[in-house]
Design a protein around this ligand. Structure first.
Ligand code: ADP
Ligand code: MG
Length: 322
């Protein structure tokens, strides 16, 4: 079974950034208002996350690191609700199978927290521990017992780049969440909670960029599209400033990417890319979720409709803002 578990772990957890994605989503699911992330050496030495969410009662702690044990009510079409981002009760089990893992948690009702350590799948006894309400998870020596995978990790700075990207997706999707990220003891992001997405965007891209963003908003057939796109004079030479969120979750979508490029066609200098922070909200029965849950691609029931909605919204906007 150890081998089976290690293989399963490899499917969910590819690199330190996959760990961060799962842990951040768990903290969101737990209704946290604040999440702090500390990384050392690109996550190969240490990944630590602390949240102020609802916590886990002591007697449920072993379940949290058990495969297929999810506390989250879930149906297939639940996958894209903000409240249930989890990967079917696999993440913590998988991570703790291939690392030195420690979880501390306390619910608001309990006066004392509890701690559980798992070393490459070997569980310790649960012990009481004083801690603030919420959950703290520490992962050291990721892939310590899967040397090939550990060996194929990239340089710490590259791995940290992937981590930072996962962090950014959550930070832009949830401006109301207070967030911090440090790497090797250095603060990389310190983001206060805000109701204004533009405030958060300013911390990432600077006020010069944000001043050139155009707000967009459209609603049609139960679908709401809103967000900000760059004025055509503002354009970047990479795709790093393009984010699309579906019901609070980061996604990638070729067709919508295409619509974005179409809208800007002839407006940008060659080699430049549109800047866009777009949010789609729609009932989950319009989304097919038969795509692997750790992947960010989705399939829409009516792709054409969304393509036209985005394209026409942007075109109308550009005509107005000329
Ligand atoms: P899933 O998220 O799919 O349920 P995970 O392996 O990611 O599976 O987590 C297992 C369980 O551990 C969750 O269902 C939840 O009950 C608990 N859990 C994990 N992280 C947290 C957290 N930060 N706060 C509260 N509970 C958590
Ligand atoms: Mg999860």
């Amino acid at each position: 079974p150890a081998v089976v578990n290690k293989i399963a772990a490899g499917e969910v957890i590819e690199r330190p950034a996959s760990v961060i994605k799962e842990l951040l989503e768990n903290s969101l699911d737990a209704l946290s208002t604040r999440i702090d992330v500390d990384i050392e050496e690109g996550g190969t030495e240490l990944i630590r996350i602390a949240d102020d969410g609802e916590g886990i009662p002591a007697d449920e702690l072993p379940l949290a690191v058990t495969s297929h044990a999810t506390s989250k009510l879930r149906q297939a079409d639940d996958l894209f609700c903000v409240q249930t981002m989890g990967f079917r009760g696999e993440a913590l089990a998988s991570i703790s199978e291939v690392s030195h893992f420690k979880i501390r948690s306390r619910t608001a009702e309990d006066h004392v927290g509890s701690e559980l350590a798992v070393t490459c799948g070997e569980r310790s006894d649960i012990r009481p521990i004083g801690c603030a309400p919420g959950t703290q998870i520490e992962i050291r020596q990721l892939f310590c017992n899967t040397p090939v995978r550990r060996k194929f990790l990239k340089r710490a700075s590259t791995e940290f780049g992937y981590i930072s990207e996962q962090f950014t997706r959550i930070a832009l999707a949830c401006p109301r969440m207070q967030l911090s990220l440090t790497h090797n003891g250095k603060s990389v992001h310190r983001l206060p909670a805000t109701n204004e997405l533009t405030e958060r965007l300013t911390l990432f891209y600077g006020s010069q960029t944000v001043e050139q963003l155009i707000p967009i908003e459209a609603e049609h057939g139960g679908v709401r599209l809103w967000g900000y796109v760059g004025h055509p004079s503002l354009n970047k030479s990479t795709r790093k400033s393009q984010y699309l969120f579906l019901n609070g979750r980061y996604i990638q979508d070729r067709s919508l990417q295409h619509a974005l490029n179409e809208a800007y066609r002839g407006l940008l200098m060659t080699g430049r890319h549109p800047v866009a922070f777009l949010f789609l909200e729609m009932p989950s029965d319009q989304i097919d979720v038969n795509v692997h849950p750790t992947k960010s691609e989705v399939r829409f029931r009516d792709q054409q409709f969304l393509f036209r909605l985005l394209l026409s919204t942007l075109r109308t906007k550009f005509l107005q803002s000329d």
